[in-house]
Design a protein. Sequence first.
Length: 486
Amino acid sequence: MAKVDAAAVTLGVSGETLMENAGAAVADIAARRWRDARRVLVLAGPGNNGGDGFVAARRLLAAGHEVRVALLGERAALKGDAAGAAARWDDGVVEPSDAPFDWAELVIDALFGAGLSRPLDGPAAALVMAANASGKPILAVDVPSGLDGASGRAVGPCVEADVTVTFIRRKPGHLLLPGRTLCGEVVVADIGQPDGALSAAKVAARLNRPELWRAAFPEPRIDGHKYSRGHVAVWSGPLLATGASRLAATAALRAGAGAVTLVGPRPALKIHAAHVTAVMLREADQKAGWAPFLADRRIGTWLFGPGAGTDEEACGILDQGFSAGGRAVLDADVFTIFGGRPEELGAAIEDGGCEAVLTPHEGEFARLMGERMRPDASKLERALAASALIGATVVLKGPDTVVATPDGCASIADNAPAFLATAGAGDVLAGICAGLLAQGMPAFEAASAAVWLHGEAAREAGRGMIADDLPLALRSVLGRLDDGPS
Ligand SMILES: NC(=O)C1=CN([C@@H]2O[C@H](COP(=O)(O)OP(=O)(O)OC[C@H]3O[C@@H](n4cnc5c(N)ncnc54)[C@H](OP(=O)(O)O)[C@@H]3O)[C@@H](O)[C@H]2O)[C@@H](O)CC1
Ligand SMILES: Nc1ncnc2c1ncn2[C@@H]1O[C@H](COP(=O)(O)OP(=O)(O)O)[C@@H](O)[C@H]1O
Ligand SMILES: [K+]
């Protein structure tokens, strides 16, 4: 954002104007969201975040509110635009220790924003803890103070906001946990940045919404047939572990793949046969495995991992997949098989000429990557680093699922309800992803779409849902997608 700010100034919009617009947006949202709050306490910090706070204070006062400002640091020490904003605040300021929380009906947190450079301590930490303990509604400016907007981490005390007003674009920290929960509702305000200012910044990640991948979403063609809609082969687990692969296979079909086949040993297929109808079954004898089946050129996509096992046979089957090339979704047991050996996984993917999507949860990710990640790296950075190392699209799952590609594209999802964390949900996600890849959707778009659809399907199914309900719930979500942007 510092680069965007600088570019805006070059393009003729001054920092002072941006700050005025930022403070005005904060005042406007404060007045609209808390109509009955007469007495507003602004906590202002030593940088430009504090400057925004002074602007908001002046505007709220002019609109008829009673306003007090508690300033962290010396008024004379303020610099640049913040000093200008403070100069236009005609009233006095109080010491942080005198901040009148009992008096206030609304607290505006303008202590620290993008300039947070270390964990809060001393008077700053005390002020943040007092704000949280006050029980008063808190409106945070840009980010809740104490939150690192790049990573979503709070390394020390952090404001717990009801609403956060940020400027121009959301930052990763508004979406990555715990940041998302500390922000409350996030409102993005336009502050009059000129067209072109945004191109100054490298956008690290985008919010996972249909706009991101809708144009690449497969549409059934009127002159198409089932094989032109893609055929997915899913490796089945053994006799007593068939459920996971069946969930994945069903989901791939619901996601629009033209045909899906579960491949595995006969005892397992007998179990599948009692459950599935549209999904096809193909016996693979222990020795030949599924290599002959994958050799069929109509099968462009294979999925391995859910319930697959980690024994020698499973490893052999996985190797056959790599040798077949094509598009691959690798999940679950793959991360145990390649535990601590991500480079070797990357080499197998590359040697086979595969386009791979990996779908680990945090535990599997840690198992796969071993000690390779910086302990302070954010979820976004970790997914991007793993993706670049392995040469595959990485879907790092959780409430804030990140999709990352080797060339540095990323999406972050915020739509999955907490009750989606249930056994088998990940298998369904892997299946949706395979179903979209099979229809020719590029990996980043397919993985991002799968994650979003999965979250929406869970919302559609509602509380009490189990993984088995998700594939069917996809129907209405896909139907709404046809109705246009959500
Ligand atoms: N285009 C945009 O987005 C626009 C952005 N705008 C606004 O500008 C904000 C960014 O402003 P900013 O760069 O001045 O940083 P800010 O967050 O005020 O903090 C810096 C000060 O805090 C201090 N400090 C840091 N950590 C500390 C700690 N732990 N404990 C104690 N002190 C600590 C740090 O001191 P230092 O690290 O130098 O010792 C420095 O004095 C942004 O969030 C948005 O609100 C709008 O006005 C206009 C358009
Ligand atoms: N707290 C949460 N809120 C929302 N979604 C979650 C949460 N925790 C996990 N999920 C999602 O639930 C699914 C669980 O997948 P996974 O852990 O692989 O389960 P399984 O292996 O049993 O299928 C993933 O899609 C993940 O993103
Ligand atoms: K803040």
